[in-house]
Write a protein that binds this ligand. Sequence first.
Ligand code: FMN
Length: 370
Amino acid sequence: MVENVKTPTTITSLHSRKRAVDGAQNNGDIEQRKKDHIEIILSGKARHEHDSGFRGIAFVHNALPELDIGDIDVSTIFLGKKLKLPYLASSMTGGPDQGGIINRNIAEAAQAMGFAMGVGSQRIALGGGSGHGLDNEVRRIAPDIALYANLGAVQLVQGMSVDDARRAVDAISADALILHLNPLQEVLQQGGDVNWKGVLSAIENVCRKVGVPVIAKEVGAGISVDVATRLRNAGVSAIDVAGAGGSSWAAVEGLRRADSQGQSLGEVFRNWGLPTADCLQAVHSAMPEMLLIASGGIHDGLDGAKAIRLGAALVGQAGALLRAATLGPEQVIAHVAAWEKALRIACFCTASKNLIELRQAPLRRPQHDP
Ligand SMILES: Cc1cc2nc3c(=O)[nH]c(=O)nc-3n(C[C@H](O)[C@H](O)[C@H](O)COP(=O)(O)O)c2cc1C
């Protein structure tokens, strides 16, 4: 089944549209904002200008792998669930109708291929808006996958309760709850949530009471060792470092702004953040026991292989997957199959017959940056 998302309108039309949206936060506004996000990311105009850090890392090539590539096992177990490959379709959408199609396309591919999926923020659905995000459709399509619910951590100090978080989890029969940390995005968004006092203790409360593992993530600006330490102490089970190098949420929000100050602030902070490879290495060496997800500017399965070598248990893609996800499940399958193939080739050419061996594969610093 192929479900197409309608061709997006242009970015210029975003500016010319008079938005009463800005400053208000009702469900219709949030839904429009989510549509804008998809449109802007698809336009390719909201990317970090710098690399996520993986280009500066290279494996030592092994010219005698003594392996049959067909025997390489890239399966893994994450939070108690077996995955056929260490791939996460990162949280993108939980609300608008277009989002429903995207989620269905990803879910069908995830079920066929055995990778993990995070839905986008379920805030709209919790607020009584579009059913997508709080109905069980994704789970019906993908009964066997590792599926993660999603809410903004700052919402927990803006009236969202632990019971709401539990509803988000139960509604989609999620295996875990992702709480996203997006202070830069919020501060650049007109009417965004800028009072972050008490967020950490609210996260701690959810970790204690929600009944499923909690994963904390950024959205493209990265998690430092200090923040990771506080999150670990609050009881999170895994951290997605979601670093800089891919989608820039400062740029996205700047492009949505109608006022020139907002637009230029989006550009000022476009490249803000910790590159994914840097925070991954730093957090992994500070707390090797912590389950880590690497996302933020992951281009392909070779970036994925490097991320696994640097300590990631799972590798996530959002922006790079979005186009395929708007087209249909076959396109998602083709995209992820290419990603998996590159991961397998990296395993083959480092003589790694599984991901445990890939984590030990020797690295070199490339002498000539491309
Ligand atoms: C269209 C779109 C919508 C997103 N919405 C959410 C969301 O609702 N919740 C969330 O935690 N992250 C959201 N993200 C952030 C991604 O999950 C990811 O952390 C970030 O985009 C960095 O990864 P990338 O460089 O691969 O895009 C969204 C990303 C995209 C592209």
